[in-house]
Structures are given as C-alpha cells and as structure tokens.
Design a protein. Structure first.
Length: 415
C-alpha cells in the first residue's frame, strides 16, 4: 500500500508538494515560489533552465521523485522530503529520532513526557552533546483510564508523519481501521511497528499480514525515513561490537545464574520470560542466562506472591523500568529485605536485586542496557555494576565501559 507524505510545514508549501515528484520536476515548485508572469521571456527562459538543472541534480540524489520506505503494517510509504514534525507514541521511536539527529522533529509522546523523558535523559547524560528537549511535547494519552488518543489532537498536531503503529491505534477505544485511514489521508501517513516488542497478536484486520521485526531492523527502517542510513550503519556497528564483546567473554553455561525479570507491585511479582519472542528483552537475552520463569505459563496477567517466588528463587532479580522511570528499585529492594519471606530470597540475601532496563527501548537505550545487564550478571567478567539509587545512568570508569561513549555521541551529533 503506497502512502504519500506531503510536507505540512505551511499551506503554501503543502499545495506546492501535494502533486508529487512528477509535478516538482515539471516546475510547479518554481511557480509556487512566486514566479512573476510579467517577467521577460529571456528571464523566464533563464529561470526555467536554472530550475531544470537544479531539478536534474536533485533527481540524481533521489529526492525529486521522493523515496520509499517499507515496514509492516503500514507497507510502502513514499516521502517527498525528510519529515520535520513527527508524532511519536513510545520511547522506541523517540530514542531512534534522537539517535539519527532528528530529536527536534518529535512533537509528542504517548504518556507523560516528563516520565519518559527522564528515562532518556538518564542515558543521554553520559553522551556529550546529546539531549532531548521534551518541554513542549504533547501528551497523546490522557492517562485518565483507558489507553487512547484523541483524534482531534492528532489533527491539531498536523504532523508530517505519525511514527506510530496504525494497528496499535486501531486497538484504542473509539478507533477502528477507518479512523486510521482517515488520518492517513487527511493528515499524514503512519509508520511504526509496536507488536514486535512481544510478538503479541495485533487486532483485526491487521493480524493476518502483520510482520515482526527485531529492534535493530525497526531502527534501520526509521533511519531510512530520516535519510540517515550512514548514521544507522555506524550505530549498528557499535551494537555489533558490543555483542561481540559480551559473547566472547561469557562464562560456561554451568556458571551462569538463573535470572528472574519482574515488576514488583502491591506485594506481587509480575514476571517476564527472557526467551519469549520480541525485542522487550533484547538487552538480556544475549547474556545467555537461565530464565527462572522458563517453565511457567507466563502471560501479562501472571503474578507470583512471595511464597511462589521463594519456590522459584532466582539467583538474580532484574526489575524492569528501573532506570529513572516508574519504579524506585532502591525502595523496592529495601521492602523485600524487610519482608519475612522476601528476605529469604537468594537474590535479596546476596544483594543481587538490580534495576533493569526499559522494554520499550530504542537504539541508544539498548546499548546502555546491554552494558548494564552484562555488569549486573557477570561482574567478574565485565566489571561491577555501581550502586544506583535513581537519576542518571551511573558513571562507569572509562576502562570498564563496554562501548565507546565518544563514538556514539559523535554519531548522534554528527561530529
């Protein structure tokens, strides 16, 4: 399904671009720029020749005819120019936009921008020159109960692109495929893939043709949207080197700990399977640990009380959303220590309850979260994880870092 993205910066520019690449090559852009019909024929000829030469050069770069990027479920989306005003729902795409030097294009986040923004800031604090201005971001989800987006807000934002999975939006209360198509036609295309995080089944009518991707496949597609293929290649090289560093120094399987990934809330533990499909645990899976919950039938509704957790008794507990996010893991650790049953857990007794990463992770987050998990699980191999009680990602001594901060910062900032 082809979707044309017209630049929505101003009504005049929109009118100029809505005809597509063929009209641009034919000189419509010059007409919209204010050519005077009373110009002399000589001036008009010279202007036409100059415009034709410019258009030819642009076409050689692949811009005049636009460029197309494909990802399920949106399909083929054709862009006339790099989007400059982009609606974003989750941190995967906000982090990717920042990684490709286009963080200022983001106009929204799905939930409280301060909460999500703090998580991004916690990682960016360790990258010189990298930041994300969230001061004027719209909050797409009201947070008043049901997960939803107000269609009128989408119209008000008037974005160049909705970097959001259309299938996800179709699942919200008050939305269906016809509403999604309306926004695509009246405002701008959709481009996102949310269900790859856990390989959950998307709503009908998207389910049958839906394709799942790895995190870095999604990131590559977003890089193509922003015409930042070189930046993607450079970042992916850092990621590949980091994985090689980790995998080359893993201990034998017999020496690896059992790990439980949880969220603790209201005296219950909500587990996540490490080896479940999807990129939610892509910062843990490469560490090759034994999944403490592998034998259980774990769903989003699954929870364990203290007695059940003591029966499973993982060597290590990793608490999701632990880096300057929704949960105070230091406080949770203290609660577990003071609980008559929780205090008996091996992970608690051995001081191996750690803040873990955010499952909704983009490329920069993934790099830090891989390093963090390697240090938490194998301190003898990769250096100890420092004490962390909240705030920015802790400072790691330069000789103990598993990836080059300056290299990443230079890729992001273009230096």
């Amino acid at each position: 399904m082809d979707q044309d993205l017209t630049d929505r910066a101003t009504p005049t520019r929109r009118a100029c671009l809505k005809g597509g690449g063929a009209l641009l090559a034919g000189g419509l852009l010059a007409g919209c720029a204010g050519q005077n019909d009373a110009e002399s024929s000589t001036d008009a000829t010279e202007t036409a020749a100059t415009t034709a030469a410019t258009d030819a050069e642009t076409a050689a770069d692949g811009d005049a005819a636009g460029y197309t990027v494909s990802m399920s479920p949106a399909g083929d989306v054709t862009f006339e120019s790099v989007p400059e005003d982009v609606m974003v729902y989750n941190l995967v795409y906000a982090d990717a936009a920042v990684a490709f030097g286009h963080g200022d294009a983001v106009n929204s986040l799905g939930f409280d921008s301060d909460a999500g923004g703090r998580t991004l800031d916690a990682y960016y604090e360790r990258l010189d020159g990298v930041s994300f201005d969230r001061s004027d971001l719209a909050q797409l989800n009201s947070g008043s109960g049901s997960v939803n987006i107000d269609k009128e807000l989408v119209y008000e934002l008037d974005s160049d692109l909705h970097l959001v999975d259309p299938a996800l939006v179709a699942s919200f209360d008050g939305w269906d495929q016809s509403d999604v198509e309306e926004i695509r036609e009246q405002v701008a295309p959709w481009f996102g893939n949310a269900y790859s995080r856990t390989h959950a089944r998307p709503p009908e009518p998207y389910a049958d043709d839906y394709q799942y991707y790895t995190l870095w496949e999604i990131v590559e597609n977003v890089g193509q949207v922003f015409r930042e293929e070189d930046r993607y290649a450079a970042l992916e090289s850092v990621h590949s080197d980091l994985l090689d560093t980790i995998r080359s120094d893993l201990p034998p399987e017999s020496e690896r700990p059992s790990v439980g990934v949880v969220i603790y809330m209201d005296e219950a533990f909500y587990p996540t399977k490490i080896d479940a499909p999807g990129f939610a645990t892509s910062h843990i899976r490469p560490l090759g640990v034994t999944d403490a919950f592998a034998a259980g039938d774990v769903t989003f509704e699954t929870s364990y009380d203290f007695e059940a957790m003591l029966e499973i008794d993982p060597d290590v507990l990793l608490h999701s959303y632990g880096i300057d996010s929704y949960y105070d893991v230091a406080s949770i650790r203290e609660t577990l220590e003071n609980h008559p049953v929780g205090g008996e857990l091996s992970a608690v007794r051995n001081d191996r309850v750690y803040p873990s990463g955010t499952p909704v992770q983009g490329p920069i987050m993934n790099l830090f979260q891989l390093e963090m998990t390697a240090k938490q699980l194998y301190p003898d191999r990769f250096g100890a994880w420092p004490a962390y009680d909240g705030g920015a990602y802790p400072e790691i001594p330069e000789g103990e870092r598993l990836f080059d901060r300056e290299r990443v910062a230079g890729i992001v900032t273009g230096d």
